[in-house]
Ligand binder design. Structure first.
Ligand SMILES: Cc1cc2nc3c(=O)[nH]c(=O)nc-3n(C[C@H](O)[C@H](O)[C@H](O)COP(=O)(O)OP(=O)(O)OC[C@H]3O[C@@H](n4cnc5c(N)ncnc54)[C@H](O)[C@@H]3O)c2cc1C
Ligand code: SF4
Length: 336
């Protein structure tokens, strides 16, 4: 498959990149590592007439501790996150999620954390070649009026399969967005719209500059788990991440996120709340929370990622349980 023709811009500063995005708006696409975007362009799922590469922009490739936050530049390569002691020590969930993205070639070639955060939603009926899709009428994601994943659906039910996105949702990251007109910072829950047709709260003139993650306090732990057919080069059939805090053997804070289950990584507040105040060894409470994860995530899942739908629904809870138990374990070890 060949890439379609496009104009290539490689601005050398953030201001120049924002100027270019402002000028080209809907006709442009941001190119980070290109490991996802270029595949989509070959499949004619995306047809920008201009690519604005961020490869030459300074000040977007870093992991640094600033006050109560760790700030990660959007252009930070996945490989740099894997090498970062700060990420490994403070956010084991994110570290593992990045380690499970694609394969070493993607992590070490060009894949970035910003590109991973902004990974388009996916669906078996959509992520196919133009030739494959040409035998059918267009679906909602392709500006059409039908959905092949769910009969009579009036909207797109494609799924977010970003491993980094799921981990960052459980970590409660903040997303710094910039445009020529200024800067805004959104909680990750608001960065994702939950809509398959337009999954991100980004205007065409905007880009993600930085990700802010609160430094873990005492008694905090995190973990990430992912279900795939293969051990590498495979998107999540479903994934789960957890961030927990323990105070005096009791759970004082928890965030559980599930990926591969809806157009955004799902933040399952209700399931998390079921664990608040519980003793860390209360396995019954953890089991109930895990069932609640399966129940709630199921409402967002359709049969469009491979594997059986029932299995994915069940595994959402199983993976969440594993993530919570592992996060509790990590946090207990820190408290020792
Ligand atoms: C074989 C294969 C396997 C893969 N497996 C996985 C996997 O297991 N898990 C997973 O999560 N991903 C997977 N991916 C997808 C992809 O490789 C990764 O998500 C990668 O991190 C994307 O980063 P990138 O820099 O290459 O993004 P790009 O391809 O450059 O961009 C991806 C999207 O994000 C937008 N974008 C990029 N940077 C910004 C920014 N700063 N601001 C706003 N928008 C931006 C782009 O316009 C584009 O729409 C896989 C890809 C391939 C080809
Ligand atoms: S969920 Fe439906 S509308 Fe969305 S990409 Fe798949 S088939 Fe198309």
């Amino acid at each position: 498959m060949r890439l379609p023709a496009f104009d290539y811009l490689r601005p050398e500063s953030l201001d120049a990149a924002l100027e270019a995005l402002d000028r080209h708006r809907e006709d442009a696409a941001i190119l980070a590592g290109g490991t996802d975007l270029l595949v989509r362009m070959k499949q004619r799922l995306k047809k920008p007439s201009t690519l604005v590469s961020l490869q030459g922009v300074q000040g977007m490739n870093h992991v640094r501790v600033e006050g109560d936050f760790v700030k990660v530049g959007a252009m930070t390569p996945l490989a740099s996150l894997l090498d970062s002691e700060t990420i490994r020590e403070l956010f084991p969930s994110l570290h593992r999620a990045v380690r499970l993205i694609g394969a070493t070639a993607i992590q070490h070639f060009r894949g970035t954390i910003g590109g991973n955060l902004c990974l388009e939603t996916r669906c078996l009926y959509y992520n196919q070649s133009a030739f494959w899709r040409s035998g059918r009428t267009r679906c909602h994601k392709d500006s059409g009026e039908t959905c092949y994943a769910e009969e009579n659906s009036d909207r797109c039910r494609s799924a977010n399969q970003s491993d980094g996105g799921c981990a960052l949702m459980a970590l409660g990251a903040l997303i710094e967005i910039v445009s020529k007109d200024g800067t805004r910072v959104l909680p990750i829950e608001e960065f994702y719209t939950g809509k398959g047709e337009k999954p991100f709260a980004l205007e065409p003139k905007e880009l993600v500059r930085e990700i802010h993650i609160a430094t873990p306090g005492e008694g905090e732990g995190s973990s990430f788990h992912k279900l795939t057919y293969r051990s590498a080069i495979d998107f999540a059939l479903v994934s789960a991440a957890a961030r927990v805090t323990i105070r005096k053997d009791h759970i004082s804070a928890v965030r559980i996120a599930v990926g591969g289950a809806g157009a955004a990584p799902l933040l399952l507040r209700e399931a998390g709340d079921m664990l608040l105040g519980k003793n860390v060894s209360d396995t019954e409470a953890i089991e109930k929370a895990s069932e609640a994860v399966s129940r709630h995530a199921s409402a967002f899942m359709v049969d469009n990622l491979g594997s059986s739908l029932e299995y994915r629904k069940k595994m959402a809870g199983v993976l969440a349980k594993r993530a919570v138990l592992e996060a509790l374990d990590a946090s207990a070890k820190k408290n020792q």
